[in-house]
Design a protein around this ligand. Structure first.
Ligand SMILES: [Zn+2]
Length: 167
């Protein structure tokens, strides 16, 4: 299991703090994390319905909202190259769904299609994914690599650590 992770608040907290609410829409956004504290949104946040994995915000974001890696690198200040990439960070209300055609495997393929092949991704689920337990953070995260085989993506999805915002 990955170690618990304390996450620097800015600038992502400002746009995702309400993702932990237990009511309302299921929301999703991804940012490109670059060296020297540069963070660029990959697209506008998406809200999704629950009707079928293809309509989940995870897949809608990468199909409809995400800019290509080349475009996102061009938005960094100062300008960035692929050598400056630390990882992609995804903020979602709930961890991606599993199973055939589920977001766990489909998102990797959609990311590959818009130029993110081979990049490291850290997925942060904001809502509590489990009942309260002493010493266990209920908001979970996991890491995967874009383009990994489906069984590797599925194994990563269930190997989670806990996370919280840094004070
Ligand atoms: Zn899904």
């Amino acid at each position: 299991m990955p170690a618990d992770y304390s996450r620097t608040k800015q600038p992502i907290y400002a746009v995702t703090a309400d993702y932990s609410k237990n009511t309302g829409a299921v929301e999703y956004i991804a940012h490109l994390i670059l060296t020297n504290n540069r963070v660029v949104a990959i697209g506008k946040a998406i809200q999704g319905s629950g009707s079928g994995a293809i309509n989940h915000p995870d897949q809608k974001f990468w199909r409809e909202s995400a800019k290509t890696l080349t475009v996102v690198l061009g938005k960094a200040t100062p300008a960035a190259t692929v050598r400056d990439i630390v990882r992609v960070e995804i903020d979602c209300t709930l961890l991606p769904c599993e199973g055939t055609g589920g977001c766990t495997t489909s998102v990797s393929a959609l990311m590959k299609a818009v130029g993110y092949d081979g990049l490291s991704v850290r997925v942060f689920s904001h809502r509590n994914e489990s009942a309260p337990r002493p010493g266990y953070l209920p908001s979970r995260y996991y890491d995967f690599t874009v383009g990994a085989r489906n069984e590797v993506l599925q194994a990563a999805r269930v190997d989670t650590g806990g996370w919280s915002w840094a004070a």
